[in-house]
Design a protein around this ligand. Sequence first.
Ligand SMILES: Nc1ncnc2c1ncn2[C@@H]1O[C@H](COP(=O)(O)OP(=O)(O)OP(=O)(O)O)[C@@H](O)[C@H]1O
Length: 268
Amino acid sequence: MTNTQLFQQDRSNSPLLKVNKLTKLYAPGKGCEDINFDLYPGEVLGIVGESGSGKSTLLTCLSARLAPNDGEVLYLNRENNWLNLYQLSETERRYLLRTEWGVVHQHARDGLRMGVSAGANIGERLMAIGERHYGKIREKGMKWMQDVELDVDRIDDKPATYSGGMQQRLQIARNLVTHPRVVFMDEPTGGLDVSVQARLLDLLRTLVTEMNLSVIIVTHDLAVARLLAQRLVVMRHGKIVETGLTDQVLDDPQHAYTQLLVSSVLTP
Ligand SMILES: Nc1ncnc2c1ncn2[C@@H]1O[C@H](COP(=O)(O)OP(=O)(O)OP(=O)(O)O)[C@@H](O)[C@H]1O
């Protein structure tokens, strides 16, 4: 089954996110420049490119954490209102990040609160959307620990006592507990052992499909892109050089840079 069939992307609906002429440059060619695309409900979009091509800069701008120099990011919220991200107040952007959006960082410690228990890490996001009942918060925390295959008996342990792979699972649970509509992921399996990576990717793929999440995932690993993303954006020197369905881009790359990127993975 192809990724296109697997993920329930719905193009009959309006996009959830519209990115228009987005630019954030630190120096010529460093950052991201004139980025345009739409993200549809249930779609998983991969951003690929070599180190320094601007993937993280773009993701940080898209996820309301870095103001661009130019262009806009429009988001259709749960109430069906279009929000212009960088015209919102800082408080409104932060609220969005705690509720309808999620961010999974490469290093779990950037996305977790290391000083509080695993259960509190999950519960905190529930409290942000108004849940106050301690019993219910704990119950949901336990359910999510099970869903991401963590030992529920360790719910009161701090994340620092978890392995890297477990911390990443906890970070995913913390993000997904509020049923976000859009999740931004920056190299979510980077830095983990290969076998741990494979299991985590499997879990992510299942959760993304089951919850019909819209995801933007940055990765330099084309195998990860192939497994998770339905559509790809290829970046070079801050610009998009190619975009299309994942299988098309990887099996029949049109741009010379994409051809090089794909062949450099195939040739040892
Ligand atoms: N805060 C900053 N100040 C100055 N230059 C920066 C800053 N952040 C990133 N850059 C530069 O912008 C370019 C793009 O960096 P970015 O981290 O977005 O690329 P990337 O494709 O995500 O790379 P990697 O995969 O290595 O993380 C790089 O040349 C980087 O050195």
